[in-house]
Design a protein around this ligand. Structure first.
Ligand code: ZN
Length: 243
Protein backbone atom coordinates (compact mmCIF):
# COMPACT_ATOMS: atom_id res chain seq x y z
CA UNK A 1 0.00 0.00 0.00
CA UNK A 2 2.38 2.75 -1.11
CA UNK A 3 1.56 6.33 -0.24
CA UNK A 4 3.01 9.49 -1.73
CA UNK A 5 3.41 12.44 0.63
CA UNK A 6 3.92 15.90 -0.82
CA UNK A 7 4.27 19.30 0.85
CA UNK A 8 5.00 22.97 0.28
CA UNK A 9 3.87 23.23 -3.33
CA UNK A 10 3.83 27.02 -2.87
CA UNK A 11 1.93 27.79 -6.06
CA UNK A 12 4.69 26.39 -8.30
CA UNK A 13 2.68 24.74 -11.08
CA UNK A 14 5.64 23.49 -13.13
CA UNK A 15 7.09 21.65 -10.12
CA UNK A 16 3.65 20.27 -9.21
CA UNK A 17 3.07 19.01 -12.76
CA UNK A 18 6.40 17.15 -12.68
CA UNK A 19 5.35 15.45 -9.43
CA UNK A 20 1.85 14.62 -10.68
CA UNK A 21 3.27 13.08 -13.88
CA UNK A 22 5.54 10.90 -11.75
CA UNK A 23 2.59 9.88 -9.56
CA UNK A 24 0.52 9.05 -12.66
CA UNK A 25 3.24 6.62 -13.69
CA UNK A 26 3.79 5.09 -10.24
CA UNK A 27 0.17 5.00 -9.05
CA UNK A 28 0.34 5.16 -5.23
CA UNK A 29 -2.74 4.08 -3.25
CA UNK A 30 -3.10 7.59 -1.86
CA UNK A 31 -1.50 11.01 -2.08
CA UNK A 32 -1.36 13.18 1.05
CA UNK A 33 -0.45 16.87 1.07
CA UNK A 34 1.06 18.56 4.14
CA UNK A 35 0.02 22.12 3.35
CA UNK A 36 1.47 25.38 2.06
CA UNK A 37 -0.36 24.92 -1.21
CA UNK A 38 0.10 28.66 -1.86
CA UNK A 39 2.48 31.55 -1.11
CA UNK A 40 5.69 32.50 -3.01
CA UNK A 41 4.68 31.19 -6.45
CA UNK A 42 2.61 32.56 -9.35
CA UNK A 43 -0.09 29.86 -9.73
CA UNK A 44 -2.02 29.46 -6.46
CA UNK A 45 -5.42 28.70 -8.00
CA UNK A 46 -4.12 26.31 -10.68
CA UNK A 47 -2.12 24.41 -8.05
CA UNK A 48 -5.01 23.99 -5.63
CA UNK A 49 -7.47 23.10 -8.38
CA UNK A 50 -5.01 20.70 -10.03
CA UNK A 51 -4.24 18.94 -6.79
CA UNK A 52 -7.33 18.82 -4.59
CA UNK A 53 -9.12 16.00 -6.43
CA UNK A 54 -5.98 13.90 -6.48
CA UNK A 55 -5.58 13.94 -2.70
CA UNK A 56 -6.59 11.26 -0.21
CA UNK A 57 -6.07 13.83 2.56
CA UNK A 58 -4.42 17.15 3.34
CA UNK A 59 -3.60 19.50 6.20
CA UNK A 60 -3.24 23.28 6.36
CA UNK A 61 0.07 25.18 6.30
CA UNK A 62 1.00 28.58 7.72
CA UNK A 63 1.07 30.23 4.27
CA UNK A 64 -2.39 28.83 3.49
CA UNK A 65 -3.66 30.36 6.75
CA UNK A 66 -2.01 33.69 5.97
CA UNK A 67 -3.46 33.72 2.45
CA UNK A 68 -7.00 33.53 3.84
CA UNK A 69 -6.33 36.11 6.57
CA UNK A 70 -6.24 33.56 9.40
CA UNK A 71 -2.61 34.25 10.28
CA UNK A 72 -0.94 37.64 10.75
CA UNK A 73 1.75 38.24 8.12
CA UNK A 74 3.85 40.33 10.53
CA UNK A 75 5.62 37.06 11.46
CA UNK A 76 6.74 36.60 7.82
CA UNK A 77 9.86 38.07 6.22
CA UNK A 78 9.21 40.98 3.81
CA UNK A 79 9.41 38.82 0.67
CA UNK A 80 7.08 36.16 2.03
CA UNK A 81 4.57 38.75 3.19
CA UNK A 82 4.69 40.55 -0.19
CA UNK A 83 3.92 37.20 -1.83
CA UNK A 84 1.02 36.61 0.57
CA UNK A 85 -0.45 40.05 -0.21
CA UNK A 86 -0.19 39.17 -3.93
CA UNK A 87 -1.73 35.73 -3.30
CA UNK A 88 -4.70 37.21 -1.40
CA UNK A 89 -5.51 39.30 -4.48
CA UNK A 90 -5.42 36.29 -6.79
CA UNK A 91 -7.39 33.57 -4.96
CA UNK A 92 -10.86 32.49 -6.00
CA UNK A 93 -13.69 31.99 -3.51
CA UNK A 94 -13.58 28.25 -4.22
CA UNK A 95 -9.90 28.04 -3.35
CA UNK A 96 -10.38 30.17 -0.23
CA UNK A 97 -13.16 27.84 0.90
CA UNK A 98 -10.96 24.78 0.26
CA UNK A 99 -8.07 26.21 2.30
CA UNK A 100 -10.43 27.26 5.09
CA UNK A 101 -11.71 23.68 5.48
CA UNK A 102 -8.29 22.02 5.74
CA UNK A 103 -7.64 20.39 9.15
CA UNK A 104 -4.47 20.98 11.20
CA UNK A 105 -3.79 17.27 11.62
CA UNK A 106 -4.70 14.09 9.76
CA UNK A 107 -4.44 10.58 11.17
CA UNK A 108 -4.59 7.43 9.07
CA UNK A 109 -3.95 3.84 10.16
CA UNK A 110 -0.36 4.34 8.96
CA UNK A 111 0.62 7.82 10.01
CA UNK A 112 0.08 11.24 11.54
CA UNK A 113 0.31 14.11 9.02
CA UNK A 114 0.98 17.76 9.96
CA UNK A 115 2.61 20.79 8.34
CA UNK A 116 4.95 21.91 11.13
CA UNK A 117 5.38 19.53 14.08
CA UNK A 118 3.27 17.01 16.02
CA UNK A 119 3.02 19.30 19.05
CA UNK A 120 2.43 22.54 17.10
CA UNK A 121 0.93 21.38 13.79
CA UNK A 122 0.87 24.60 11.78
CA UNK A 123 3.76 26.81 12.88
CA UNK A 124 6.66 25.05 14.65
CA UNK A 125 9.82 24.41 12.59
CA UNK A 126 11.49 21.09 13.42
CA UNK A 127 15.15 21.77 12.79
CA UNK A 128 17.07 19.55 15.21
CA UNK A 129 16.85 16.44 17.36
CA UNK A 130 16.17 18.44 20.54
CA UNK A 131 13.07 20.02 19.00
CA UNK A 132 11.93 16.68 17.60
CA UNK A 133 12.26 15.06 21.04
CA UNK A 134 9.71 17.49 22.48
CA UNK A 135 7.19 16.34 19.88
CA UNK A 136 7.98 12.64 20.40
CA UNK A 137 7.26 13.15 24.09
CA UNK A 138 4.16 15.31 23.64
CA UNK A 139 2.18 13.31 21.07
CA UNK A 140 1.51 9.60 20.44
CA UNK A 141 2.46 8.31 17.00
CA UNK A 142 4.77 5.78 15.40
CA UNK A 143 5.23 7.67 12.14
CA UNK A 144 4.64 11.36 11.52
CA UNK A 145 5.20 13.19 8.23
CA UNK A 146 5.97 16.94 8.23
CA UNK A 147 6.99 19.71 5.84
CA UNK A 148 7.42 23.44 6.63
CA UNK A 149 11.24 23.73 6.72
CA UNK A 150 11.53 22.59 3.06
CA UNK A 151 14.50 20.43 4.12
CA UNK A 152 14.02 16.65 3.82
CA UNK A 153 15.29 14.37 6.57
CA UNK A 154 14.38 11.91 9.31
CA UNK A 155 14.20 12.17 13.10
CA UNK A 156 14.26 8.75 14.72
CA UNK A 157 13.48 7.86 18.35
CA UNK A 158 14.92 4.44 19.23
CA UNK A 159 13.27 4.34 22.66
CA UNK A 160 16.06 6.30 24.35
CA UNK A 161 17.69 8.88 22.13
CA UNK A 162 16.59 10.98 19.17
CA UNK A 163 18.83 11.30 16.10
CA UNK A 164 18.56 13.44 12.96
CA UNK A 165 19.41 11.48 9.80
CA UNK A 166 19.59 12.44 6.12
CA UNK A 167 17.21 11.18 3.42
CA UNK A 168 19.00 10.62 0.13
CA UNK A 169 17.11 10.66 -3.18
CA UNK A 170 16.35 7.17 -4.46
CA UNK A 171 17.86 5.48 -1.39
CA UNK A 172 15.13 3.63 0.58
CA UNK A 173 15.24 4.49 4.29
CA UNK A 174 14.32 1.46 6.41
CA UNK A 175 11.57 1.97 9.00
CA UNK A 176 12.17 -0.45 11.87
CA UNK A 177 9.56 -1.88 14.23
CA UNK A 178 9.83 -0.44 17.74
CA UNK A 179 11.31 2.83 16.49
CA UNK A 180 9.36 6.07 16.04
CA UNK A 181 9.86 8.44 13.14
CA UNK A 182 9.24 12.02 12.10
CA UNK A 183 9.99 12.34 8.38
CA UNK A 184 10.30 15.69 6.64
CA UNK A 185 9.23 15.15 3.02
CA UNK A 186 10.87 18.30 1.62
CA UNK A 187 9.20 20.79 -0.71
CA UNK A 188 7.66 20.39 -4.16
CA UNK A 189 7.77 24.04 -5.15
CA UNK A 190 10.53 25.74 -3.18
CA UNK A 191 13.29 23.36 -1.99
CA UNK A 192 15.79 24.80 0.53
CA UNK A 193 18.34 22.02 0.93
CA UNK A 194 20.59 23.18 -1.91
CA UNK A 195 18.95 20.88 -4.47
CA UNK A 196 16.59 22.82 -6.77
CA UNK A 197 14.66 19.73 -7.88
CA UNK A 198 11.08 19.14 -6.69
CA UNK A 199 10.88 16.73 -3.74
CA UNK A 200 8.30 14.31 -2.41
CA UNK A 201 8.24 11.14 -0.28
CA UNK A 202 7.34 7.63 -1.42
CA UNK A 203 6.19 5.61 1.58
CA UNK A 204 5.98 1.85 1.06
CA UNK A 205 4.33 0.34 4.12
CA UNK A 206 4.62 -3.22 2.82
CA UNK A 207 8.37 -2.92 2.37
CA UNK A 208 8.76 -0.73 5.47
CA UNK A 209 10.66 1.95 3.60
CA UNK A 210 10.50 5.69 2.96
CA UNK A 211 12.21 7.00 -0.16
CA UNK A 212 12.85 10.60 -1.14
CA UNK A 213 12.09 11.34 -4.79
CA UNK A 214 13.65 14.30 -6.63
CA UNK A 215 12.47 15.52 -10.01
CA UNK A 216 13.74 18.11 -12.47
CA UNK A 217 11.21 20.64 -13.74
CA UNK A 218 11.43 23.69 -16.02
CA UNK A 219 12.09 26.21 -13.25
CA UNK A 220 13.00 29.01 -15.71
CA UNK A 221 9.36 29.00 -16.78
CA UNK A 222 8.23 29.45 -13.16
CA UNK A 223 10.77 32.24 -12.70
CA UNK A 224 9.48 34.06 -15.79
CA UNK A 225 5.91 33.84 -14.52
CA UNK A 226 6.97 35.19 -11.12
CA UNK A 227 8.73 38.13 -12.74
CA UNK A 228 5.72 38.85 -14.96
CA UNK A 229 3.43 38.70 -11.91
CA UNK A 230 5.56 41.27 -10.05
CA UNK A 231 6.51 38.90 -7.23
CA UNK A 232 9.78 39.78 -5.39
CA UNK A 233 12.76 38.88 -7.68
CA UNK A 234 14.61 37.16 -4.83
CA UNK A 235 11.84 34.55 -4.61
CA UNK A 236 12.32 33.65 -8.28
CA UNK A 237 16.12 33.68 -8.06
CA UNK A 238 16.26 31.27 -5.12
CA UNK A 239 14.44 28.55 -7.07
CA UNK A 240 17.59 28.03 -9.16
CA UNK A 241 19.71 27.38 -6.06
CA UNK A 242 17.26 25.43 -3.94
CA UNK A 243 17.73 27.93 -1.10
ZN1 ZN B 1 6.38 26.28 3.18
Amino acid sequence: MPHAVISDVHANLEALEAVLADLDARRPDAVICLGDFVGYGPDPVACVEGLRRRLGGAVVGNHDRAAIEQLDISVFNPYASAAIVWTREHLTEEVRAYLRELPETLRTSALLAVHGSPRDPVEEYLIDAAGARESFEAVEFDLCVVGHTHVPGVFVHDGESVAALPLRPGDPFELRAGHRYIINVGSVGQPRDGDPRAAYLWLDEGAGTATLVRLDYPLQKTQEKMTAAGLPPVLAERLAFGR
